[in-house]
Structure formats: structure tokens, C-alpha cells
Design a binder for this molecule. Structure first.
Ligand SMILES: [Zn+2]
Length: 249
């Protein structure tokens, strides 16, 4: 019965042992891992396996969760918390992977009290206390320069202290004032550039909300650290302290 239910919802079991060629094939698709020193890469692989085992995975809309897909998602999800610990992803278990962009039916009450229903096309979503929804693109170029996985898991970190607002719980050696002094002017500057029609190198979606600015700059921090450090060095400095990593090193 359980087995039947699991297969009905596309649940899969974690891969038992991963041959080195499979790790290499998956990591080849994640070039930003190349800067990690080898002890860190080994730790990341271990953490990825623990993460796969700790979560409940589902493929939506017929998507088959191959071991390669799971390993790729897990490596990317674990990279931000490599020095923070898997406990950062406590309080929820579900990971639902969709083939490409997907549609979430929304209902929203407008100011005049009228309920509007519409379909929202998204590449990912993290629910407070609930699952992470992700798009999977077989060809990374279809992802449009985004890192959906790092983005959604940054939201999960932001949600550790309530609704996402771009201010995750900081470490003891960090200060909220320093965080705000870095992020607020950077966000204001970025919004002004986007509003002014500039083709920014950082995804314009970051201008949607301070929580999106945190999630998008987290993607850039890991995938293109030199870009973030050039555009917003103070933000880079705060993320370096928060993630306890320095991808520029
Ligand atoms: Zn987001």
C-alpha cells in the first residue's frame, strides 16, 4: 500500500551508493563548485547524501527523479549551508520538482474587495513551514541565468525567523545594523537602476522585494562572486559572513 502510494506521488528512494563517475558527471554541470577546495567538496558530497535521505522527494507532472537530478539539486541546496549545517533546513521535508516552469493558481483580494484568480508562472517557490517547489531544466541555458535551487533555499534560510524579508537570522558575530547598512542602499540603488530601464547583469527580479534581493544576490554570491563584489561589495561582505564562505578566495 505504502509502496503504491509512493509510486502514485512519484516518491523515490535516495541513491544508496554513488559511483565517482556519477559525482563527476553531476558536478561538471555545476561549474561554480570548481572553486571549492577538495576537502570542502568531499564534505559537500556527504552533506548532499544526508540531505537526500532527510527529505521527501517528489517528481511532479510525470517528472522522473533520476539519481543525477537528485544529486544536482542536493549539491546546490547544500552549498549555501556547507558551513552552517543541515539543521538550517529544519522544520519541513518536501521537495517537489517540476519539469521546467510551472503554474501556480493564485487567488488575490484586490483593494476593492474583489477576488481575482490567475495563473502565476514560476520557476520555484518556498513555502513557510512547507515544501520547496523547483523547476528542473535539462539544459541549464533554459534556466535563463538563474539558480533556482540556491534562490529557493536562500528563502528557506530567510524564513527561519518568520516571513521572508531579506533578513535571515544572523550569527552572533554579525550585526543587524551592518546588514541593513549594506543591503538597504544596495536594494534602493538596484531598484532605481531597474526602474530607469538599465539592463542589469544581476537579475532584475531582485528589485521585486528585499526578500528577492537577498535570494538573488545569494545566487550571484555563489555563481558569480566577482560580479556581486564589483556591484555591491558591502552586500558581498555581509553574505560572506552569513554563509561563512568566501567564493572569491
Ligand atoms: Zn524568490
Amino acid at each position: 500500500m505504502l509502496r503504491a502510494l509512493r509510486s502514485l506521488f512519484g516518491r523515490v528512494e535516495p541513491p544508496a551508493a554513488v559511483p565517482p563517475e556519477r559525482w563527476q558527471a553531476v558536478e561538471a554541470g555545476l561549474p561554480f563548485l570548481a572553486t571549492l577546495p577538495s576537502p570542502d567538496r568531499a564534505r559537500l558530497r556527504e552533506m548532499a547524501l544526508a540531505f537526500i535521505a532527510a527529505k521527501e522527494w517528489h517528481g511532479a507532472q510525470g517528472l522522473v527523479l533520476t539519481p543525477e537530478l537528485q544529486l544536482s539539486v542536493a549539491l546546490q541546496a547544500c552549498l549555501p549551508v556547507l558551513n552552517l549545517g543541515l539543521d538550517s533546513y529544519r522544520g519541513w521535508v518536501g521537495i517537489i520538482v517540476y519539469p521546467g516552469d510551472f503554474v501556480i493558481p493564485r487567488k488575490m483580494m484586490s483593494e476593492d474587495g474583489v477576488m481575482h484568480e490567475f495563473d502565476d508562472e514560476v520557476a520555484g517557490e518556498a513555502w513557510e513551514g512547507g515544501p520547496v517547489l523547483l523547476s528542473w531544466f535539462d539544459r541549464p541555458e533554459d534556466a535563463d541565468g538563474m539558480n533556482v535551487v540556491i534562490h529557493e533555499f536562500a528563502h528557506k534560510l530567510d524564513m527561519l525567523n518568520g516571513a521572508p524579508d531579506g533578513l535571515p537570522p544572523l550569527h552572533e558575530d554579525m550585526s543587524r545594523q551592518a546588514w541593513r547598512a549594506a543591503f538597504e542602499p544596495a536594494y534602493a540603488d538596484f531598484c532605481a537602476r531597474v526602474d530607469g530601464g538599465e539592463e542589469t547583469l544581476i537579475d532584475a527580479y531582485a528589485a521585486e522585494h528585499p526578500a528577492e534581493f537577498f535570494a538573488v544576490t545569494s545566487e550571484v554570491f555563489f555563481e558569480a562572486p566577482e560580479l556581486l563584489n564589483r556591484e555591491y561589495p558591502a552586500v558581498y561582505g555581509q553574505l560572506k559572513q552569513f554563509y561563512r564562505q568566501d567564493p572569491l578566495q
